[in-house]
Write a protein that binds this ligand. Structure first.
Ligand SMILES: [Mg+2]
Length: 256
């Protein structure tokens, strides 16, 4: 088997909103039964890995928190490899918690080693102002994920992490280090964390612009599934990755 690690996007591959994609529960079981590894690779930086695992378990998935690699996990791995001491977070509680657990002291100050930005429900002008000043004074600019918006039940988008990151990027003229998909960092950092090489991993995603691009940027294999954001007619003619109707048909096709 060419693939040892199955990197699965969450929304649109394993779940749709609050519901599981039922055939994917069987697919995950088949992968694990055959002795291969499942990693849920999600940009979600709002909930901790434990909470995401719990949510998946409640939907019937046999997935534990060590198998979740979110952009918060990517941040932990990034700090392990590139340590720093202090940070000004414009971020969710989950990100602040990860900073503290990684030995980084969060400070509400312009004099910090890094500004760490994620989705922040409590963002204010004054936070953006201090973040901007800190970066202009030389702090590293790190973003967990670049998602422009969050889609809610009413179908209307709300500003996501990328909208907050973007405002600081525009103000400073500094490009952030983006950890989440479509950046290649996410898969690279996951490969260091779990100890696999990227060519033995396959990223299964429902979005070309994030999941498939992340795999391409990291040099990993990729498979597109049609259970989420991408419709069959939207796939470009020169698309070079395999396409399946769902995760289960891919898993069956490779004999698992
Ligand atoms: Mg998705």
């Amino acid at each position: 088997m060419k693939y040892k690690y199955f990197l699965l996007d969450m929304d649109g591959v394993l779940i749709r909103g609050k519901e599981p994609i039922k055939t994917s529960i069987e697919a995950v079981n088949r992968i694990k039964k055959a002795g291969y590894n499942v990693v849920v690779l999600t940009n979600n930086a709002i909930h901790s890995e434990k909470n995401l695992a719990k949510k998946l378990q409640e939907m019937g998935y046999n997935i534990v928190h060590d198998e979740i690699f979110s952009s918060i996990s990517a941040l932990r791995e990034y700090i392990r490899e590139n340590p720093f001491n202090t940070a000004f977070p414009v971020a969710s509680f989950g990100v602040i918690e990860a900073l503290v657990e990684s030995g980084v002291s969060p400070f509400d100050s312009e004099d910090v080693d890094a500004v760490v930005v994620s989705f922040d429900k409590y963002v204010t002008y004054s936070k953006l102002e201090r973040a901007t000043k800190a970066i202009l004074k030389g702090a590293k600019f790190i973003a967990t994920n670049p998602d422009p918006s969050i889609v809610t039940e009413d179908g209307l988008a709300r500003p996501g992490a990328g909208a907050i990151v973007g405002s600081i990027e525009i103000a400073t003229g500094v490009k952030p280090i983006i950890l989440g998909k479509p950046s290649g960092w996410m898969i690279q950092l996951a490969s260091h964390h779990y100890g696999f090489s990227v060519d033995e991993a396959v990223m299964v995603g429902d979005r070309i612009s994030t999941d498939i691009m992340a795999a391409e940027n990291a040099g990993a294999n990729a498979v597109l599934v049609l259970t989420g954001a991408t419709k069959k007619e939207e796939i470009p003619k020169d698309f070079k990755y395999p396409v399946y109707k769902d995760l289960l048909s891919f898993v069956k096709d490779i004999g698992l």
